[in-house]
Design a protein around this ligand. Structure first.
Ligand code: AMP
Ligand code: MG
Length: 417
């Protein structure tokens, strides 16, 4: 079988692992109130200071009683001794032949272990209720103290990226603020004489600089503080000056363009002058060339990700290589994104020996089962292929051609939360 081979190329996994090993997470933390904690990296373990719920309570609106009363064969007529409302302590005791009308969330009165939902009542008067025999099992509709979170349990661990449920969980424990990693400061710029900024005339042979906007958006989504250093001409002095400036201000620098073989010569020299940077060939498509290393200027250092210039290649290498590294730098736990196995609607050409990231979208087939289709031409300059896609089709390194109906790995673009 034909095989894609490139001397000295690293696999995607090898490059991801190598970068992770070379990155030391930042140690700076700050305090965040819950209102500002969404998407931040938790920098402490959270141990529950209390039970949630704090006490046994009702899961339904209905009638609280000792469940054993229901273990008879005839309907049960009980006197309503009192009302128990959510948020109000209830100290009354029930006597024989009595129950308590209760609302969801109200503390279970002493002696009651079961709640019969009000819609099961056969007859209700202002003083009495009749319940069917065996209406519910003993213990039904009771929420136990600590059934959500137990005092002393580890509820969120350091490195977790806080999502809406985590914020709510912290609030349910009465925790108002948490220690988080400070936001990463990431400088970024585009390189290329052919690039024009929006608003400038598009001279012959030029293109609008789209990568800087894509990078800005991707970094913002990742929760970084972004530093936009504009377009840098294909000029060694300009590149050196911009890299030095970026070093002074940022934890990491992400650039686009200028790392492919033809273009890289002076980039290589400048980057080598400022630190230890490797130029990698990664067995992936799109996104083969990439530079990674650490550069320093005037006592400040920053990690450098030199991504390729093609608009799809910059996005794919950002998501498949740089994203993981930046999260690691920010102190986040390693949480690889899930791959889902989905049948491909049509055949896909693929050479073994490199990982391919093709752009796809999920569509149901005639029976309503999900399949994945590619978004038309997959050239690394065709940004529309990313825009129309809702998932990445990840074709593993060793894999060859895909037949129609064969399962492929899919990484979804959008999550629910
Ligand atoms: P390079 O990696 O610098 O050789 O660029 C590869 C291709 O990507 C060229 O066609 C460039 O014009 C294009 N390109 C590079 N940077 C950008 C950018 N910032 N926005 C849009 N296209 C770009
Ligand atoms: Mg270029």
């Amino acid at each position: 079988m034909r095989q894609y081979e490139q001397a000295g190329a690293l696999t995607v996994t090898q490059s991801r692992d190598a970068i992770r090993q070379r990155i030391e997470a930042i140690n700076d933390v700050e305090c965040a109130g819950l209102g500002g904690a969404l998407g931040r990296v938790l920098a402490e373990d959270i141990v529950a200071p209390m039970d949630v719920p704090a006490a046994d309570n009702s899961a339904m609106d209905g009638y609280a009683l000792p469940g054993k009363l229901l273990e008879i064969e005839a309907p049960l007529r009980l006197k309503i001794a009192a009302n128990a409302f959510a948020g109000h302590a209830h100290s009354g005791l029930i006597g024989p032949g009595e129950c308590i009308a209760i609302t969801t969330g109200a503390l279970l009165p002493q002696g009651c272990d079961t709640v019969v939902p009000q819609e099961l009542a056969l007859e209700v008067t202002s003083t009495h209720v009749t319940l069917p025999a065996h209406a519910v099992a003993r213990g039904a509709n009771r929420r136990l103290a600590g059934e959500d979170l137990q005092r002393g349990a580890l509820v969120l661990s350091r490195g977790k990226i806080l999502r809406p449920a985590d914020i709510g969980l912290l609030a349910s424990l009465g925790i108002a603020e948490v220690t988080v990693s400070r936001r990463l400061r990431v400088a970024f710029f585009s390189t290329g004489d052919e690039l024009r900024s929006i608003g400038d005339a598009l001279d012959p042979g030029c293109v609008y600089d789209s990568n800087r906007y894509t990078l800005h958006a991707m970094l913002t989504r990742l929760g970084c503080e972004v530093i936009d250093l504009g377009v840098v001409r294909d000029d060694p002095d300009a590149l050196e000056a911009t890299l030095r400036k970026a070093c002074a201000e940022a934890d990491a620098i992400v650039t686009s363009g200028g790392v492919s073989v033809g273009a890289a010569d002076y980039t290589r020299q400048i980057m080598a002058k400022l630190g230890a940077v490797d130029f990698w060939k990664i067995a992936m498509r799109p996104g083969r060339p990439m530079a990674f290393g650490r550069i320093a200027s005037e006592g400040k250092s920053a990690y450098l990700f030199g991504l390729p210039g093609n608009p799809v290649a910059v996005m794919v290498s950002f998501y498949m290589i740089a994203r993981d590294a930046l999260l690691h730098l920010a102190g986040a736990q390693n949480a690889p994104l899930p791959l889902i196995s989905i049948p491909s609607r049509a055949p896909i050409r693929k050479l073994p020996g490199r990982t391919e990231f093709q752009r796809g979208f999920l569509v149901p087939d005639e029976e309503g089962r999900l399949t994945v289709s590619l978004t038309g031409p997959q050239g690394s300059g065709i940004l529309r292929s990313m825009s129309e896609a809702n998932c990445m089709v990840v074709l593993a390194h060793e894999r060859g051609d895909v037949q129609a109906g064969e399962a492929v790995d899919v990484m979804l673009f959008d999550g629910l939360i």
